[in-house]
Design a protein. Structure first.
Length: 272
C-alpha cells in the first residue's frame, strides 16, 4: 500500500509540471500592437463659402487614437486611427461664430523597411479616410449649417527613428498623407438643404474628387520618451484640408500641439 501511495503522489506532483511544460510549448506571440492616445490643442482657420465668404479663426480640440498592428518578422503593417475634433471660431469683426465638429476614421496598409540595425524604420503605402461632421454658423437664419461627409483614398508614408539621449530611450516619428481621389457630399451653389432632403432635388451632391479639387495634406511629428514605466508622447499635427466643388470653396487649416501616452503589447495565440 505504501508503494502504491508513493507512486500516486509522485504522479500527482509531476502532472502540473507536465501540463505547464505542454502549455508553454503551445504559446506563440505573433502580433505586436502599438497604440497611442493623444489630445491635441491648437489653432484652426475655417472657410466655407456656402455659409459665409469670411474666414473664421479660433481654437480646436482633438482626440486621436492611433494604432499600428504588425506581425513578428512580417514586412506589412496596418494602421487604424480614430479622430474626433471640435472647433470654435470667430470672424474678423467678432460678431459671428462658427462651431465645427468632425469624426475621421483612417485605415492604412504599409510596407516596412528597416535600416541602421533596426533603429530606422521606413513605411510606405496607402490609406482610406472617412470623414463625418458638421459646420454651424450662429449668424445665419437661412441655411445655418453645413454637413460634412467624404471618403478619400491616397498615398501615405512614415519614418520612425529610435535613439538614446544619455540613458533615456527616445523614438521620433514622422507621418505624411494626401488624398488622391474620393467622393464627398456638397450642396450646389445656391441650393438649400430643404431642396435636397425635403423635395429630393438632386443636383450633383455626391461629387467625385481628385487631388486637383481637394488639394490637402496631413502631417504629424512626434517624440516618445519613457518616464518610469510610462511612455509619453509629445508632437505636432498639421492638418490642412481644402476643397473646391459645385462652385463652393472650403478649407480647414489646423495646427496643433499633441500630448499623450503610448502602449505596446503582444497578442498571444494558443496552438492546439
Amino acid at each position: 500500500m505504501k508503494a502504491i501511495r508513493l507512486i500516486l503522489i509522485s504522479a500527482l506532483l509531476a502532472l502540473p509540471l507536465a501540463v505547464f511544460g505542454q502549455v508553454a510549448d503551445t504559446l506563440y506571440n505573433n502580433k505586436v500592437i502599438t497604440n497611442a492616445q493623444m489630445i491635441g490643442v491648437g489653432a484652426a482657420a475655417i472657410l466655407d463659402t456656402y455659409l459665409s465668404p469670411e474666414e473664421y479663426s479660433g481654437t480646436e480640440i482633438r482626440y486621436i487614437s492611433h494604432t499600428i498592428r504588425r506581425r513578428d518578422n512580417r514586412r506589412w503593417s496596418r494602421m487604424l486611427v480614430h479622430q474626433g475634433s471640435l472647433a470654435f471660431a470667430d470672424n474678423r469683426s467678432g460678431n459671428g461664430n462658427e462651431i465645427a465638429g468632425m469624426y475621421t476614421f483612417t485605415y492604412g496598409v504599409h510596407c516596412n523597411w528597416s535600416f541602421l540595425g533596426g533603429s530606422l524604420n521606413v513605411a510606405a503605402g496607402g490609406q482610406a479616410d472617412l470623414d463625418v461632421g458638421f459646420l454651424y454658423n450662429t449668424r445665419n437664419g437661412n441655411n445655418p449649417a453645413q454637413a460634412r461627409l467624404a471618403l478619400n483614398v491616397g498615398p501615405s508614408a512614415a519614418a520612425s527613428y529610435r535613439f538614446r539621449l544619455g540613458r533615456v530611450p527616445l523614438s521620433a516619428r514622422y507621418e505624411v498623407s494626401a488624398p488622391l481621389f474620393g467622393v464627398m457630399f456638397s450642396p450646389n451653389y445656391g441650393q438649400s438643404y430643404y431642396e435636397i432632403f425635403s423635395r429630393g432635388d438632386y443636383d450633383h451632391n455626391a461629387v467625385p474628387t481628385t487631388i486637383g479639387s481637394t488639394p490637402s495634406l496631413r502631417q504629424m511629428l512626434t517624440l516618445d520618451f519613457t518616464l518610469g514605466r510610462t511612455t509619453l508622447r509629445l508632437g505636432y499635427l498639421g492638418d490642412f484640408r481644402q476643397a473646391r466643388v459645385n462652385g463652393l470653396k472650403y478649407h480647414t487649416y489646423s495646427n496643433m500641439l499633441l500630448i499623450g501616452f503610448v502602449r505596446s503589447f503582444k497578442l498571444t495565440k494558443i496552438i492546439p
